[in-house]
Ligand binder design. Structure first.
Ligand code: ZN
Length: 244
């Protein structure tokens, strides 16, 4: 059985039996994987605080038969302690972790997404990540996993002229008036929202006004839920704590 060390972020953690835990790790080199942490709940010393969601680790792992690895030991690189101080930042971090968990598959490496997640958690921890940067993270995560939404040209006919009044998740982007009329599905969108998202996708970092952000959030929620087949649970949590 191969032993290996991987840099990882804890995406999910589930109690197993009386004493153990199964954690979902996002590793730099091997993508998402599940690991069995024997005695994680009994022996506080062995994994002391290291298996909290969002913790950045160096994990010593051993391959086992089946899909789940064995987690032998961990060194904490960063616990991101300060981001755990308030609910809005906790809810944004949980949202990003859930998004990464759902957009990736076991044993498929996504190193650029791993770096992107780590950079976002670091910014959030340092209080440098506002709500607009969460939208930017989502657009990056979608692009890096092959789900990039398109904000021009029309996703159905490719036309660049005229307005694009609808966003059709099935088609993967905005649609022109003619196509929106023929295939009347998706969300009505304003030119302002389409432009705001296109600018963010292109790398612009100017904070958006709350009303525009709220419309962008709705659009991305619909798009992500369409591609994953369900709404992310942490969307409701963000809503409950009044953050976006
Ligand atoms: Zn069209």
């Amino acid at each position: 059985m191969e032993r290996f060390v991987e840099e990882a972020v804890v995406l999910a953690s589930l109690d197993y039996g009386d004493a153990d835990r199964v954690v979902t790790l996002f590793t730099r080199g091997r993508g998402r994987l599940s690991a069995f942490a024997a005695g994680a709940r009994k022996s506080k010393r062995r994994f002391a605080g290291a298996l909290e969601l969002g913790t950045h680790l160096k994990a010593q792992l051993v391959e086992r038969r089946g899909d789940t690895c064995r987690l032998d030991s961990v060194d904490i690189v960063s616990s991101f302690f300060t981001l755990r101080e308030d609910l809005p930042r906790i809810s944004r971090a949980l949202y990003c972790l859930e998004l990464c968990r759902e957009l990736t598959r076991d044993h498929q490496p996504h190193e650029p997404l791993f770096d992107c997640l780590l950079a976002y958690l670091t910014e959030l921890d340092a209080r440098r990540a506002g709500p607009t940067s969460l939208l930017k993270f989502e657009l990056d995560a979608l692009r890096l996993t092959g789900f990039m939404p398109r904000f021009a040209p029309c996703a159905i006919c490719g036309s660049l002229t005229g307005t694009r009044p609808r966003f059709d998740p099935e088609a993967g982007g905005v649609t022109c008036e003619g196509c929106a009329h023929r295939v009347p599905q998706g969300l009505p969108v304003t030119a302002e929202v389409v432009e705001a998202l296109a600018r963010l996708q292109a790398g612009e970092r100017t904070p958006l006004p709350p009303e525009t952000r709220a419309r962008c959030r709705e659009l991305l929620n619909v798009f992500i839920a369409h591609h994953l087949g369900r709404k992310l649970k942490s969307v409701d949590f963000m809503h409950q704590v009044g953050t976006d």
